[in-house]
Design a protein around this ligand. Structure first.
Ligand code: SF4
Length: 492
């Protein structure tokens, strides 16, 4: 099923060659190198532990006091599935209602098209300064780089994004872009960039950022945001924020552009109420985020504020293909970040080690969706499959199942390295032959003897040493469960 592209015909992106050539910055280090670097970074470890522990505790606490939470999560999942089944219908309805309210809708099949559409709007409006709200979709298409490449200035207005922009880095978490930085590091960064003494105090840092950004809000010609949801039956774009910058970005500049993946459409305001109740609880442990901004059309003649032009860019970029693909369930994602906070891998390596726009367990699936399965040949294994991500996900996305399917695909298509494929083939062969498997235990005991100390293997030679470099391997037990069971049966 392909969604209709009504607005593509209507508005038509003016693709310029220089706008389509821009590509993502290339990360030269491999995933194991990035992950190893992250685990050695003392500051990163400290920042990750503090932030993720706080997020997890707040989420657990707020859901414990919310008995209807589980039923709402089930309902939210059903709504997401119902939307995907009629995505074309809801996108057409959304388009009609946004246009009825005076907005313009554009459909972008690729990241290049999305960039070209937004650049085209900016050029037609002679935009010089853009203020931006937090948007993972904009990160996904490297929008800032494209706008700056075209000579426009871009100011991030979410505090975390502002910090990241000052540091010339990329976000490392879906909702907390600067989660990898400690207070002291941020204070140093501000002191260096603003050329003044800055105390490592969140209040001082926030006040400084606010002072700088107020000027930008007032001078900006264009505001760019993402969209947490877009309500089809009213044409409303919904932004959920904690800093109020979303309101400034959508109401002060004369042009507002909202960029969203096509899967963010929901049927009605009644559905929105369900999602709002579980989104903030899952993301930050709040009952509701501080600001929920509903944008419906540009400024009307009787209104005092709001943009003169409103544009909604609906982006496919690999999503529609997954309606019939193995990653379909990943399209339910609300981008709450809860699966990152509980993931034992993310908590050790942080977001940058994943090497792409979307980090964490859901990030692996998104990277596969946007860039193809070969792009995650290492990342697909960056999960212990413990199931913590599926446990906390507000729409119960079965991430471990999709990760296993990705691994299977990598093996089937011979994308995984041959030693790995050989090892798994040998394991599969052995597990399918119980008699041989039983024989393997005494053989393994014999082979492991030189390496076992206190029931653990702390170091293995050659290729196998990669396993024990960062953790111990439990030794094969003196008597396996099967051997004990057989002995019990004999005694009985
Ligand atoms: S997969 Fe679930 S938990 Fe993870 S960001 Fe998406 S909605 Fe949140």
């Amino acid at each position: 099923m392909a969604p209709a592209k009504p607005a593509l015909e209507r508005s038509g992106p003016h693709l310029r060659e220089e706008d389509t050539l821009l590509s993502a910055p290339v990360e030269s280090r491999s995933f194991p190198e990035r992950a190893a670097g992250a685990t050695r970074d003392r500051f990163l470890q400290q920042a990750l532990t503090i932030a993720t522990t706080r997020f997890v505790a707040s989420r657990d606490e707020v859901f414990a006091a919310f008995p209807q939470g589980d039923a709402l999560r089930d309902r939210a999942r059903q709504i997401k599935e119902a939307v995907l089944q009629r995505l074309d219908h809801y996108l057409e309805q959304l388009t009609a209602n946004v246009e009825r309210a005076g907005g313009h809708v554009h459909f972008a099949t690729t990241a290049e098209e999305a960039r070209a559409i937004i650049l085209d709007i900016a050029r037609r409006n002679q935009v010089k300064l853009i203020v931006k709200g937090k948007s993972m979709a904009a990160e996904e298409i490297h929008l800032n780089e494209a706008l700056e490449h075209a000579g426009m200035a871009v100011a991030e207005t979410d505090l975390g994004e502002y910090i990241i922009q000052l540091a010339h880095e990329r976000p490392s978490h879906i909702i907390a872009p600067a989660i990898h930085k400690t207070k002291a590091q941020i204070a140093d960064l501000f002191a260096r960039e603003l050329r003044r003494e800055v105390a490592a105090d969140p209040e001082v840092i926030t006040r400084l950022a606010r002072g700088t950004l107020r000027e930008k809000f007032l001078q900006a010609d264009m505001g760019i945001t993402g969209a947490n949801f877009a309500v089809a039956d009213t044409g409303t774009i919904v932004l959920v924020t904690n800093e109020g910058n979303g309101r400034m970005v959508t109401s002060l500049p004369r042009v507002h552009v909202a960029l969203m993946g096509v899967e963010k459409v929901i049927p009605s305001m009644t559905d929105l109420v369900i999602f709002l109740q579980i989104l903030a609880r899952s993301a930050t442990g709040q009952k509701l985020s501080s600001y929920t901004t509903l944008v419906r059309g540009p400024r009307r003649p009787t209104e005092l504020e709001g943009p003169q032009e409103l544009h909604l860019v609906l982006m496919d970029n690999g999503r529609v293909r997954q309606l019939a693909g193995t990653l379909r369930e990943a399209l339910y994602c609300l981008r709450c970040g809860a699966c990152l906070n509980v993931c034992p891998v993310y908590r050790q390596i942080g977001g940058h080690a994943y090497g792409d726009t979307y980090p964490g367990p859901i990030g692996i699936l998104m990277t596969a969706m946007l860039r193809g399965t070969p792009a995650v040949k290492d990342l697909a294994h960056a999960s212990s499959l413990c199931g913590a991500c599926a446990e906390v996900c507000p729409v119960r996305i079965d991430i471990p199942r999709m990760l296993i399917e990705l691994r299977e695909h990598l093996d089937r298509e011979k994308i995984a390295p041959w030693p790995e494929r050989l090892l798994f083939k040998a394991c599969g062969w052995l597990l399918g032959r119980p008699a041989l498997y039983r024989l393997a235990a005494p053989l393994a005991r014999l082979g492991q003897a030189p390496f076992v100390r206190d029931g653990r293997i702390r170091s293995l030679p050659s290729f196998f040493g990669r396993w024990t470099r960062t953790r111990d391997l439990p030794a094969v037990a003196a008597r396996t469960f099967g051997e004990r069971w057989a002995a019990l049966a004999r005694e009985a």
